[in-house]
Design a protein around this ligand. Structure first.
Ligand SMILES: NC(=O)c1ccc[n+]([C@@H]2O[C@H](COP(=O)([O-])OP(=O)(O)OC[C@H]3O[C@@H](n4cnc5c(N)ncnc54)[C@H](OP(=O)(O)O)[C@@H]3O)[C@@H](O)[C@H]2O)c1
Length: 278
């Protein structure tokens, strides 16, 4: 997420056309792949889990809230997809490693991972944050993705051999982010880790990319709107497409980067932001 600098008339978001039920085996963009999605209980991660399954992937959904994970898993299974879930707190290293292990246990392999889960800070200037808040954002938004990537690379190497990882960054990592300074800094660190991982693991056929979403209509952005009324309208006014994204529009970019269609793309941080950074 990115801090808005001005405001104007809010244009309501449009919902993209729903894509169909689960694709027949072998037909989808991610057919045959075993994919871990963190933060899959709601928002962008839930949209990604649904989409990846429609595209033929066997998905493992991870987050802290079991009820949300179960609901999305049941929904995917209900339309013929293959899904399971595992509880995981990015601030708990053992549970992150266990989530990756669970994916391999379930499907016998790991081909890809979408490291999507993150927390957001209490909005405000950097001198207003407490040390505990800094430690928490660091643990969940930087150390968690580092732990996940480390375990995922080991699992991909040991099973599928080659694969792809996508980290969910933010357009708010690409410039100053005075309203969410800790969040912006940790997301920029994730961009750096993404690039380093791409260079380190490229020679063995593991691609690592990030996406940088703009304003996306999820609980995270709604909570920010509650704390700072008008923030969505301000962001939409600065966005050339003049609206926020539906979570599925962000998931589509992650699906492509995890698929073999992007086979020569690695080390990139792809804005999916309606042109916000243009
Ligand atoms: N929405 C936007 O405008 C926007 C813009 C740019 C980037 N992003 C990024 O997109 C990603 C998804 O955000 P969202 O908007 O979909 O947010 P969301 O609706 O709040 O969903 C966040 C997901 O992450 C999980 N999560 C949070 N803390 C966690 C933890 N400690 N361990 C494991 N899972 C955790 C949540 O589940 P539990 O709470 O159950 O654990 C939930 O499933 C994040 O990386 C966010 O920074 C969002």
């Amino acid at each position: 997420m990115d801090t808005p600098r001005n405001t104007s008339q809010h244009t309501p978001p449009t919902t993209p056309p729903a894509t169909g039920p689960s694709a027949p085996p072998g037909a989808g963009l991610l057919a045959g792949k075993a994919v871990l999605v963190t933060g899959a209980g709601r928002g962008i991660g839930a949209a990604a889990a649904r989409l990846f399954a429609r595209e033929g992937a066997r998905v493992v959904l991870a987050a802290r809230t079991e009820a949300e994970l179960r609901a999305v898993t049941d929904e995917i299974r209900g339309v013929g997809g293959t899904a399971d879930h595992v509880r995981c707190d990015l601030a708990d290293p053992a549970s992150v490693r266990a989530a990756v292990d669970r994916a391999v246990e379930l499907y016998g392999r790991l081909d890809a991972a979408f490291n999507n889960a993150a927390t957001v800070q209490r909005p405000g200037p950097l001198d207003g944050a407490t040390e505990d808040e800094v430690d928490h954002v660091y643990a969940v938004n930087f150390k968690g993705p580092w732990l996940a990537m480390s375990a995922e690379v080991a699992a991909i190497r040991a099973t599928a051999g080659k694969g792809a990882i996508v980290n969910n960054s933010s357009v708010g990592s690409l410039a100053a982010n005075p309203g969410l300074p800790l969040y912006g800094a940790m997301k920029r660190a994730v961009n750096s880790l993404t690039e380093s991982a791409a260079v380190t693991y490229g020679p063995e056929g593991i691609r690592v990319n990030a996406i940088a979403p703009g304003t996306t209509l999820t609980d995270m952005v709604r909570a920010w709107e509650q704390a700072v009324p008008g923030v969505i309208e301000g962001l939409n006014a600065r966005t050339p497409l003049r609206r926020a994204a539906d979570p599925d529009e962000i998931a589509q970019a992650a699906a492509w980067l995890l698929s073999d269609r992007s086979s020569y793309v690695t080390g990139t941080v792809l804005p999916v932001d309606g042109g916000l950074r243009a």
